[in-house]
Design a protein around this ligand. Structure first.
Ligand code: NAD
Length: 255
């Protein structure tokens, strides 16, 4: 018996990183999954590897594209139970506020903030039709703690995801729709490894602040998403769901 038997989940950004890992795990646990990504080839590969899944090309910043993603999922699987709004970007030109130009700021806001807004806006009516569901909006630990090595638009976008999620959680609770903001700590995925590049000092500067002394593995974050997607979390709503290895609790770490 799978923990997601009978459920239909739409996972954005499922072509790579944590989204891909989530698609594999959710299918293992009995869900049928829409693997959505702006990268068609990556989405197709995840869907082929996952099992009961299909791939769709989506740009979460485009309303029509998002609407179509849900229409196709509902037509194929008969409804939708879980929205896992995971797609996000962290480009190199989003940096300190002193050097980040408005176009870089806007690109990040379009994907990370507007994308989550659109995925909730067009996804919630499907959950209402089903009589309830679970929404997992991916924020980040950076919504809670500041860094001197800033990515100003990314950080602002994750703060927006956090407060937007809280509001939706309150608004739709009596319709059986739960909304939680999943806040990972730093995770070993292409998004973060791109930032470190081949600069061991940049990695070490961050590692020292981690009580566990290491990054998270994608599966360690996605296990929390599995809980939030399943009925085991039926009274978990409106949370800042931190999976950060103790990072935001730390003052002095062991080193
Ligand atoms: N990696 C970390 O350390 C970390 C920490 C906290 C939060 N997060 C968040 O977790 C989520 C997943 O991150 P990841 O590390 O797995 O990233 P990743 O870069 O490995 O994967 C992100 C996926 O999103 C897709 N994508 C990008 N723009 C898109 C768009 N407009 N529409 C649809 N898909 C799009 C990419 O093609 C890619 O497959 C993001 O929201 C990220 O901000 C990551």
């Amino acid at each position: 018996m799978g923990r997601l038997d009978g459920k239909v989940a739409v996972i954005t950004g499922a072509g790579g990183g944590m989204g891909r890992e989530a698609a594999l795990l959710f299918c293992e646990e009995g869900a049928r999954v829409c693997v959505a990504d702006v990268d068609a080839e990556a989405a197709a590969k995840t869907a082929a590897d996952a099992g009961d899944a299909f791939a769709i090309t989506v740009d979460v910043a485009e309303p029509e594209s998002v609407r179509e993603m849900y229409e196709q999922t509902a037509a194929r699987y008969g409804g939708i139970d879980v929205l896992y709004n995971n797609a996000g970007i962290s480009p190199a030109d989003d940096d300190s506020i002193l050097v980040t130009e408005p176009d870089a700021w806007q690109r990040v806001q379009d994907v990370n903030t507007k994308g989550v807004y659109l995925c909730c806006k067009h996804g919630i009516p499907h959950l209402q039709r089903r009589g309830g569901g679970s929404i997992i909006n991916v924020a980040s630990f950076v919504a809670l703690v500041g860094a001197a090595t800033s990515q100003i638009s990314y950080t602002a976008s994750k703060g927006a995801v956090l407060s937007l999620s809280r509001e939706l959680a309150v608004q739709f609770a009596r319709e059986g729709i739960r909304v939680n903001a999943l806040c990972p700590g730093p995770v070993e995925t292409p998004l973060l490894l791109r930032i470190f590049g081949d600069d061991p000092a940049a990695y070490e500067r961050r590692r020292i602040h981690l009580p566990m002394g290491r990054l998270a593995k994608p599966r360690e974050i996605v296990n929390a998403a599995l809980f939030l997607a399943s009925d085991e979390s039926s009274y978990v709503n409106g949370t800042t769901f931190l999976v950060d290895g103790g990072l935001t609790a730390a003052y002095v770490t062991p080193e």
